[in-house]
Design a binder for this molecule. Structure first.
Ligand SMILES: [Zn+2]
Length: 351
């Protein structure tokens, strides 16, 4: 294992007003992420790549890796008679990924707790989650505990209690004094770093928003390349990309680029999980997004169902609620996959 102690020296989270002091089990700082990954014994740890800042991007895997069909890619199999050859269908593989946007720390916190559950039977609060652990035994599980380690190196622990007016310290400010705010910040890719006065937590140190580093042939960050590589190497069936939004947890609508079958799966999982947590849906199952991002690139590369889950970062509630809601989401995905394949590749391609 590399020694990252020099890099971890003097890291200070940027201060954001009106937020709350985190509990000790909410471990989202770089030295904590590295410590938690280094403590993994039952799972396997791999450094997928390094960020421009030199931080490791980890994958932690659990469950047996079954042999796969020879070297073939998903696009090739989509034209074959046997698209199901993409994966060893005796087993499904789930990928949970956190921290692409580094101020959205709830996913990082959740995967840290999930790793603790897998390793010790209790999460970092000392609480067991037997149903989730029983479900997890049925899958190969791939965890990317924090993708944007650069942004996380100065990102705050949480944003609970803030309003968007408090975001100044984590937003990108240009040398002309202008802040780049959502969605105008998406007019730049990557950021013009020579014009940046203060870098925001959305980006790695080269100004790349990894979530949108998804143009085939022009993928520029090591982090996005690593996501696509491991998704294919592991022949994943499902990817949950963990982000955080404001007051309500939700799944982002599936994109129109997705295979119709995967599109339905995202809505079905969303409906089942929403019923579980008592959330009312104000839209039907035709609702879609026209944006494209890394999820679409992963779907194109693997045929997997991919979805973005958003925590309620700003909502003032018990810290535990944010974790419990995410556990319910993870259980829903796993329960769904026990009843039917998450990515039934042959059926996905039938017209
Ligand atoms: Zn995000």
């Amino acid at each position: 294992m590399n020694d990252y102690s020099q890099l971890c020296k003097n890291l200070v989270p940027r201060k954001v007003e009106h937020t709350y002091e985190r509990p000790s089990w909410w471990r989202v700082r770089i030295p904590e992420i590295i410590e938690d990954v280094n403590a993994v014994k039952k799972g396997k740890v791999e450094v997928l790549t390094h960020t421009p800042g030199g931080f490791p991007v980890y994958a932690v895997t659990y469950g047996e890796k079954l042999p796969q069909h020879g070297p073939v890619n998903w696009p090739s199999l989509t034209g074959s008679r046997r698209p199901e050859l993409y994966t060893n269908t005796k087993q499904q593989t789930l990928m949970f990924m956190a921290g692409i946007h580094a101020e959205e720390a709830e996913g990082v916190m959740t995967l840290s707790n999930f790793i603790s559950l897998m390793e010790t039977g209790v999460d970092r609060r000392g609480v067991a989650r037997p149903h989730l652990m029983e479900l997890a035994k049925n899958y190969r599980i791939v965890l990317l505990p924090c993708v944007n380690m650069d942004g996380r190196s100065f990102g705050p622990d949480c944003l609970m209690g803030c309003t968007p007016e408090d975001y100044g310290p984590i937003q990108t400010r240009l040398k002309n004094g202008k802040y780049l705010v959502w969605p105008d910040l998406k007019e730049y890719f990557p950021l013009p770093m020579d014009q940046v006065d203060q870098l925001g937590t959305y980006y790695n140190f080269e100004g790349v928003n990894i979530q949108l580093d998804a143009a085939p042939g022009n993928i520029i960050s090591n982090e996005a390349k690593a996501i696509l590589k491991i998704a294919h190497d592991e022949r994943i069936d499902c990817m949950v990309n963990m982000h955080s939004a404001r007051e309500n947890p939700h799944f982002v609508h599936p994109t129109i680029i997705n295979l119709p079958g995967n599109f339905k799966t995202v809505h079905a999982i969303n409906r089942i999980w929403s019923e579980k947590i008592g959330r009312k849906l104000g839209y039907g199952e035709e609702a879609c997004s026209v944006q494209c991002d890394i999820n679409d690139a992963v779907s194109l590369a693997t045929g997997a169902v991919t979805m973005t889950y958003e925590f309620a970062a700003l909502r003032v509630e018990k810290f535990d609620n944010k974790l419990e809601t995410a556990y319910a989401m993870m259980e829903t995905v796993m329960e769904y996959g026990m009843e039917r394949p998450l990515a039934p590749r042959k059926a996905l391609l039938s017209k």
